[in-house]
Design a binder for this molecule. Structure first.
Ligand code: BYC
Length: 479
């Protein structure tokens, strides 16, 4: 089997379409990492679930018709593997100083450190999310939701494999050490936390989980898309394939929140009240609380795009390591030597928008794309409120609300975008972000429902099931 093939070789211990059998050293290195991975999965992957038969999709080829094969699998037996999108032999670097040169099949020596850093940062998020979601299976609202949680978990596990392959195959000893570290840092660990802020936050309940898959996985979409433009071809092809799986994760978030909102509207009708307390007594999550979860998860996720003005980002772009969203479709010189981009900044305690060199603003541009995309789901959730005759509307908070990274870190901004003093922030923060009491209330609704056709009272059933099956199909069988 050669890298030209798009089918995945499942006769191998590590399924792959990168010709691993022809590279004994690499194969041995990865095979020695594999038991540590399995150990990590058993210890920090989905809690108490290893005997379940789960209706999962597994990729058998990277072709359009091959990446979604459904069947019952026990999760520890899932065929995690290394799958790269089909190569394009004529692929050229689309942007930066190397624009027009053939894409690199190897790591250029001068870019080794930043490339490794990008791959490690990306790789670190994947097992982090599995760790964050580890206990959610114990409080799933339905069998369908449980299956989706597990599907996402195994795919994040595979995305870790994808980055570990790059580290092992292209970064020698340093890469192998970094691969070990990916299993040693843990989400929320006081001594060895995950690299990026959002991946150290807990995901304690299913409302947080849907928010995470809507907002934080969407950061994944944009970061992966930017890396899929990379001049380093193996990274680009790896990310292209990861993106095909990412869509389902965001779907779970978008429809999850939609179903929560729908159930809330139904309960509001039943109890004939919009009063949050009465809605809660009716067993649903009041709309104001859902809004606070939006505020929290959106703000944590916009932090993931980095500084508004970033020399790191400019260097990544110039060097051809990380492009913009859909780089080749952008109608400009792809060099950004003279162009400007409007950037939101905090100056003298005020929020301003100013044109800055586009090169140093590529993080902000990616964030702009992300915010536009995030709004689409919010509009759909508002469509649910509208269809129930409810006046409340969900809103994305201002991009500077509750930020810890970038120019607005350390200053306090309302969801509407007004800069306020510390005392006012402290007094009002509970109006905008989930309070301990809100979290306890949402937590109190979390009870495990797994029987066929049953669903928790705080969420509506989905419109359809997985792969043409009904929503109340037995997707997870307990043994
Ligand atoms: N937390 O110049 P800047 C996913 C640091 S999600 C902590 O802006 P840069 C997924 C930064 O490291 C996608 N630190 O940095 C989703 C730098 O440190 P130094 C993950 C942060 O590098 C759900 C300093 O601040 N992929 O796949 O331009 C489930 C200056 O910042 C943070 C990637 O992120 C932060 N949030 O931008 C599963 C792609 N932000 O140099 C998976 C790879 C910044 O001062 N990563 N810092 O020590 C990158 O492209 C870049 O590292 C970032 C940061 C865009 C994240």
């Amino acid at each position: 089997m050669t890298a030209e093939h798009s089918n995945i070789d499942y006769s191998e211990r590590i399924p792959n379409n990168v010709g691993l059998a022809g590279n004994r050293r690499l194969q041995r290195a990865l095979e020695s990492w594999q038991p540590n991975y399995i150990k990590w999965w058993q210890e920090l992957g989905p809690d108490r679930s290893s005997t379940f038969d789960v209706y999962l999709r597994t990729a058998t080829s990277v072709e359009r018709d091959g990446w979604a094969n459904f069947g019952f699998v026990k999760m520890p037996d899932y065929r995690w593997g290394i799958f790269l999108a089909k190569p394009d032999r004529d692929r050229k670097i689309q942007f930066g100083d190397h624009q027009g040169e053939p894409a690199w099949q190897d790591v250029p020596g001068e870019y080794r450190a930043p490339l490794r850093r990008l791959i490690v940062t990306q790789g670190d998020t994947e097992p982090a999310s599995v760790e964050q979601q580890r206990h959610l299976g114990l409080t799933c609202p339905s069998n369908y939701d449980l299956r989706n949680l597990f599907q996402i978990n195994v795919e994040e596990g595979r995305h870790l494999w994808a980055m570990v392959y790059l580290l092992h195959a292209y970064f020698g000893r340093d890469g192998r050490e970094e691969a070990e570290m990916l299993l040693e840092r843990h989400s929320g660990d006081a001594d060895k936390p995950r690299i990026l802020g959002a991946f150290n936050e807990p995901t304690p309940d299913w409302l947080s989980y849907y928010m995470f898959t809507y907002f934080t996985d969407r950061d994944g979409k944009y970061q992966l898309a930017a890396l899929a433009e990379s001049g380093f071809d193996p990274l680009a092809r790896t990310c292209q394939f990861m993106l095909t799986e990412e869509a389902h994760h965001m779907f779970v978030g978008e429809t999850g929140i939609m179903r929560v909102a729908q159930r809330t509207c139904e309960v509001m009708k039943e109890v004939q009240s919009e009063d949050p307390k009465t809605v809660r007594e009716g067993g649903a999550i009041d709309l104001a609380t859902i809004q606070k979860y939006i505020d929290l998860h959106f703000s944590v996720s916009v932090d993931l795009f980095g500084q508004e003005i970033s020399t790191n980002a400019a260097t990544y772009f110039n060097s051809g390591l990380k492009g913009r969203y859909l780089e080749s479709r952008i109608d400009d010189d792809h060099r950004l030597t003279d162009s400007l981009w409007p950037v939101n900044l905090v100056q003298d305690g005020r929020i301003i928008q100013e044109d800055r060199p586009a090169l140093s603003a590529v993080n902000e541009r990616l964030r702009d794309d992300y915010i536009v995309d995030s709004q689409r789901g919010v509009d759909r959730w508002n469509g649910v409120l509208d269809s129930h005759g409810v006046d409340f509307r969900f809103k994305l908070p201002h991009r500077f609300f509750n930020r810890h990274i970038g120019t607005s870190a350390g200053i306090h901004v309302t969801p509407e975008g007004a800069v306020i003093p510390e005392a006012e922030w402290s007094a009002r923060r509970g109006d905008w972000l989930p309070t301990t009491e809100d979290q306890a209330f949402v937590g109190s609704l979390m009870n495990r429902v797994t029987e066929q056709g049953k669903i928790s009272a705080w969420i509506a059933p989905p419109v359809r099931g997985i792969n043409g099956k009904p929503w109340d199909y037995e997707y997870v069988r307990f043994n």
